[in-house]
Design a protein around this ligand. Structure first.
Ligand code: HEC
Length: 131
């Protein structure tokens, strides 16, 4: 039921929220995220975001983008923060998790812009694949 509600909310925001294609993080933020990612995530997800651990998943590519499609960035942020790094969840601080999310977006060819991605703004932004 909660999942269904989430899907409905994401759909409703699809039309009205700011577009993920308009530049919703900064290049400097993604660079910080890159550093934090290399330190805390690359051992399983690979330094180029292609998984090196058999159980872990790639964090770039069409598979990831299809799975994330339609979800809000807030939902993705919470998913990562509350489960990763595997075995040490919620250990990096909200700001760093946002930076890492910005890095994942940049690595999937979403454009940087002039505003940092923040927990307050992530709620209204829906992950939408290129048509
Ligand atoms: C010890 C290995 C390990 C580390 C370190 C690790 N992960 Fe993971 N990660 C996994 C495994 C295994 C899965 C698949 C199981 C799951 O989804 O919980 C996963 C799943 C994910 C997913 C889900 C992808 C999706 O949408 O279905 C994301 C996103 C993710 N990791 C991001 C990260 C980030 C960001 C970090 C660093 C803060 C990180 N992981 C650190 C092992 C790891």
């Amino acid at each position: 039921m909660l999942l269904l509600l989430g899907a409905l909310v994401a759909d409703a925001q699809d039309a009205s929220g700011p577009s993920i294609w308009s530049g919703v993080f900064t290049a400097a933020q993604a660079k910080r995220g890159d550093d934090a990612y290399q330190a805390g995530c690359s051992s399983c997800h690979g330094s180029d975001l292609r998984a090196t651990d058999a159980e872990a998943v790639d964090l770039v590519g069409p598979g990831l983008r299809a799975k994330w499609n339609g979800k809000t960035l807030e939902e993705r942020f919470e998913r990562i923060r509350d489960t990763m790094p595997l075995g040490n969840a919620n250990s990096l601080g909200d700001k760093t998790y946002m930076d890492i999310l910005a890095f994942i977006l940049q690595s999937n060819d979403f454009p940087a812009g002039s505003q940092e991605l923040l927990p307050e703004t992530a709620k209204a932004i829906v992950f939408v694949q290129k048509p």
